[in-house]
Design a binder for this molecule. Structure first.
Ligand code: FE
Length: 223
């Protein structure tokens, strides 16, 4: 069968050199707390958790977008009650994170993190802004294509899934070792679809990104 997920080690991706186990994995028997939790929604969930433009006093700078999709299994059946978390750079390509020292402005109105729970149809929906591209140290003149990080937690803590979502038509994808580490036949699965039907006139473009948890159309894991 064709490989879908990136290999642990992909030479052009410098961070893959150290970020994977070099010893055989050791199975650890899960305990009750790992098998029975977490349970969603937490009481602390707020509507603005899924609207990254409403988390501060003002609106963030940037191109507002609707980002929606479904989480499904290998048969296309919805996976409800799944925690979908996203994180991303601001419109200038800067993360609101202490170790990001890219010379681009922070936006006091944008934290770049959001979370949502899938509904009975497996759907999630975020309002956010278009992330900017940013340089990284991988090689000379290396720039990341626009992307949003995704993490999913299902019925228990052992069902985590993480990936990166890209936007259609970004010329940096051809040069990005993280995007390129996804086997070619599966790369379209990590690219969102521009969605004119969900695009809101006079307000925001929409993108659709469906996540398939296993099977022949499985979404590639984060490299
Ligand atoms: Fe990133």
């Amino acid at each position: 069968m064709n490989r879908v997920h990136p290999a642990d080690f992909y030479a052009p991706n410098r961070s893959s050199h150290l970020r994977h186990p070099k010893q055989p994995r050791i199975p650890i028997t899960p305990t009750l707390s790992e098998l029975t939790g977490p349970i969603y929604p937490y009481p602390g969930f707020l509507p603005e958790d899924a609207d990254l433009t409403k988390q501060h006093a003002g609106e963030p700078i940037g191109e507002r977008i609707v980002l929606h999709g479904r989480v499904v299994d290998e048969h296309g059946r919805p996976v409800p009650q799944t925690l979908v978390e996203i994180w991303q750079a601001n419109a200038a390509g800067r993360y609101a994170h202490g170790v990001d020292n890219h010379d681009a402005p922070l936006d006091p109105n944008f934290s770049g993190t959001g979370r949502a729970i899938t509904d009975a149809e497996g759907r999630y929906r975020f309002i956010t802004i278009m992330p900017g591209r940013y340089p990284f140290q991988n090689h000379y003149n290396a720039w990341r294509p626009a992307h949003i990080h995704f993490s999913l937690f299902g019925a228990n803590f052992l069902t985590r899934f993480a990936t990166q979502m890209f936007f259609p038509g970004d010329p940096l994808q051809a040069l990005d070792p993280i995007y390129q580490s996804v086997p070619e036949h599966a790369r379209d699965r990590v690219v969102a679809r521009f969605d004119i039907d969900e695009t809101k006139p006079e307000w925001a473009l929409a993108f659709q990104f469906d996540l398939v948890l296993r099977g022949p159309r499985v979404t590639p894991f984060e490299p």
